[in-house]
Design a protein around this ligand. Structure first.
Ligand code: ZN
Length: 499
């Protein structure tokens, strides 16, 4: 998860700014990382679990301070609150509206007060989760089960929260959606025009400038006077249908009569954080279905951005960050992205002393046709897959089987880095470890080469003269002795090949 901090700096940052997990069965660091301190601080101040604050901020704004309004209600501050909620929370927290909009700590204080107001007796994470609306509780729980590693914050995975048995999803699949994979959730009847139209000649692509759940609740709000037929979720590509295709949704003031509108969760100004491969793929399948059903050419021009469509507003969504070439390609090919990776290179020391921390960077080239998104593409343990690594660093890894998410979004044809901390396990004699890793997409699809990182771990103390007390020179001397036949390159830089 590391983003260019030295090991020492990170160690200091972690000392000052980690939140322990509130669940005793999983005694690990809940929230950590170079950008974690606002969540940890406000969690400690207010008693609202830091991981809940961080999860809500991730869901609403990807932990960015926003000031947005497009088709939705306003999304303000680090929690994307409406102006009414922000004002109420700020008042309860004793901070100014301006501070709650523009400062992370003040914005989280305001949000924490709103949460406490809803859950006055809550003490544990489960208590607070129980006070959330169903949709948001499900979203937060799903996020916490998998953990987060993006935007400078690691939220530890908490599989113990996973109580799903698949029944909820089965229930959601039943319903009134025109498009089979969509969940049906009707917009407020005053936010669209009922009709019995059969002609649709264009598909209009929007982005929400707000969150998925926030947009869905807005289209259900009588105050909105806007709607769209479909809303697509950024992290998974999940789709909610809110207006029947035969009815006229109000998504594009002068271009509604013969169009279907698709809203995409996210912000046009932050395409790398929101316009994910999962969303492109699932949206493209929906658009392909609509194009086939209504005989619309699968071309940019018939499939248009709101900003390019005839309109009576000044909307420009989804903006220049929407990858039209890739999207239309997916519409034509059925929305199946290809994840492939080429050779990998490992950068990090070979010899460590028990208890010593160091940073490892794995660089891998993206040879598929799909981007690797923040937090979606992770470096997991391999050989065997999902192995619990003894080099796991609490507070840096998402779990003992997930070293890190990709450091930044990686477009096809470029290389990406995966940077993470390791800590050498305790050994009684010099021991060689072969730690296998592999890329995994959305915790489901493994791809690319198995990357082997070799460590020679020395015991502490002065067994055999290979101890760290002499500093770097001692460690190097040991490396010279012990690198041996399995070393792949030189002291610091190693290259491994795809298998
Ligand atoms: Zn729009």
């Amino acid at each position: 998860m590391r983003q260019g901090t030295s090991g020492l700096a990170l160690a200091l940052a972690l000392t000052g700014c980690v939140a322990p997990l509130s669940d005793r069965e999983d005694p690990r660091v809940a929230v950590a990382g170079p950008s974690a301190s606002p969540f940890v601080q406000v969690g400690a101040e207010t008693g609202v679990p830091a991981e809940l604050l961080a999860a809500l901020s991730y869901i609403e704004t990807r932990m960015q301070i926003v000031d947005a309004r497009a088709h939705g209600r306003e999304a303000l501050g680090i929690l994307g609150l409406s102006s009414e909620d922000l004002a109420r929370g700020a008042s309860l927290a004793g901070v100014s509206d301006t501070a709650a909009r523009t400062d992370a700590v003040a914005g989280l204080r305001a949000g924490a007060m709103l949460i406490k107001e809803r859950a006055p007796g809550a003490r544990t994470l489960e208590d607070f989760l129980a006070a959330l609306d169903d949709g948001l509780r499900d979203e937060v729980t799903t996020l916490l089960v998998r953990g987060v590693d993006a935007h400078g914050v690691t939220i530890a995975a908490r599989p113990s929260l996973d109580h799903s048995d698949g029944f909820g999803e089965t229930q959601q699949a039943l319903g009134g959606a025109d498009y089979g994979p969509a969940t049906w959730s009707a917009a407020y009847s005053g936010n669209f025009q009922t009709s019995s139209r059969t002609k649709v000649d264009h598909i209009v692509i929007h982005d929400t400038e707000g969150s998925y759940t926030g947009t869905i609740s807005w289209f259900k709000d009588p105050a909105a006077k806007v709607s769209a037929h479909y809303v697509v979720k950024s992290s998974t590509g999940a789709i909610t249908q809110m207006v029947k295709e035969q009815d006229v949704a109000w998504h594009d003031a002068c271009f509604n009569t013969t169009t279907v509108g698709i809203e995409h969760e996210g912000y046009a100004a932050m395409p790398d954080k929101w316009f994910t491969e999962a969303m492109y793929a699932e949206s493209a399948k929906l658009t392909a279905y609509l194009a086939d059903k209504y005989s619309i050419p699968k071309e940019h021009g018939f499939i248009v951005g709101h900003g390019e469509a005839p309109d009576c507003s000044d909307h420009t969504d989804p903006g220049p960050g929407w990858n039209w070439a890739h999207y239309i390609d997916l519409v034509k090919t059925g929305g199946v992205p290809t994840f492939l990776a080429g050779d990998a290179m490992v950068d990090g020391p070979i010899t460590l002393t028990s208890g010593e921390h160091t940073t490892v960077t794995v660089t891998i080239s993206n040879t598929g046709n799909a981007a690797w998104d923040l937090d979606a593409t992770r470096l997991g343990t391999a050989a065997p897959q999902d192995r619990e690594s003894s080099f796991f660093v609490d507070g840096d890894w998402v779990s003992a089987a997930r070293a890190t998410g990709v450091d930044a979004r990686v477009e096809p044809g470029t290389s990406g880095t995966f940077t993470f901390e390791v800590v050498a396990p305790n050994v009684r004699e010099p021991t060689m470890f072969d730690e296998g890793f592999q890329l995994v997409q959305d915790d489901a699809t493994w791809f690319g080469p198995e990357v082997h990182v070799i460590f020679n771990v020395q015991p502490t103390g002065d067994d055999g003269g290979c101890n760290a007390s002499g500093g770097g020179s001692g460690a190097s001397a040991c490396a010279m002795l012990l690198v041996g036949a399995r070393a792949l390159v030189s002291r610091r830089r190693r290259r491994t090949r795809g298998l």
